[in-house]
Design a protein around this ligand. Sequence first.
Ligand code: NAP
Length: 271
Amino acid sequence: MQYETLPDGTQIPVLGLGTWGIGGGHVADRSQDAHFVEILQRLIDMGYTHIDTAESYAQGHAEELVGVAIRGTPREEIFITTKVAKEHLGYDDVHRAIDGSLRRLGVDYVDLYLIHWPNPAIPLPETFRALNELTADGRVKRVGVSNFDVPLMQEAMALSDTPIATNQVRYNLLSRENVANGVLAFCQEQGIVLTAYSPLKSDVLTHPTVVEIARAHGATPAQVALKWLIDQPRVITIPKSSDLEHARENMDALRLELTAEETERLNNLQA
Ligand SMILES: NC(=O)c1ccc[n+]([C@@H]2O[C@H](COP(=O)([O-])OP(=O)(O)OC[C@H]3O[C@@H](n4cnc5c(N)ncnc54)[C@H](OP(=O)(O)O)[C@@H]3O)[C@@H](O)[C@H]2O)c1
């Protein structure tokens, strides 16, 4: 595994595991629990020790399955990111939300706690009054944000007692909105990690240039898409896979060496 450095000096794996769809989507689906727990355990053994989840995934059931899967692993070997939903950003709701996540995960702290989406209806100072208490009492080791633009990141940085560790945003070869709006450059300047979600989504895997570069290396389009992301300073990514072969393939992306010319072609890719 390779690591990126968070603002507090902690090392975070550049490749984490997304969990959207594990245990259901917008609603919980318990019909494949044993299968998903086994897969998650095998993925942890494969080296996916950074797991990204959220209270809203499968109505909390994704967190429950992660909780079962990590039970046999020493807590300090797993890096858990979870997220508070935009409906829960009021002071009391944040406290309730973290307690629910900790209970479902079966842990007494999370490594990283993100505001999942901004909510203009709830003042950010109120949210941070609660988040600052959580970092002070140790239920949350670090805080971060998700889907924030630069002005909102600046507001969060001013309100947080601890460094904002990451902004988790959509970023892939064909989704560059967080380059255009300055979020990537701001993260890189400030030493904040940009966590790229949906790294393989849309038509990334079938784009002819991606396919051609993959073929030249005997690699796969997914490996090219992931390596292009993690080659960038301060960028990590969290592909979701509950398919052992895909997950292995994604992990092997770390070994791919893109040439400067290939990286340039990928930088200039047109959808
Ligand atoms: N903060 C936010 O608002 C937000 C929003 C969206 C997502 N996220 C997080 O980011 C994670 C990743 O994003 P995502 O799930 O939207 O998209 P993604 O990881 O880009 O794509 C997941 C899809 O790609 C497939 N896949 C994975 N590896 C593959 C491979 N090597 N070859 C072919 N297909 C492959 C998966 O199927 P298999 O399982 O069959 O491999 C799954 O269908 C989520 O799971 C979630 O944790 C956060």
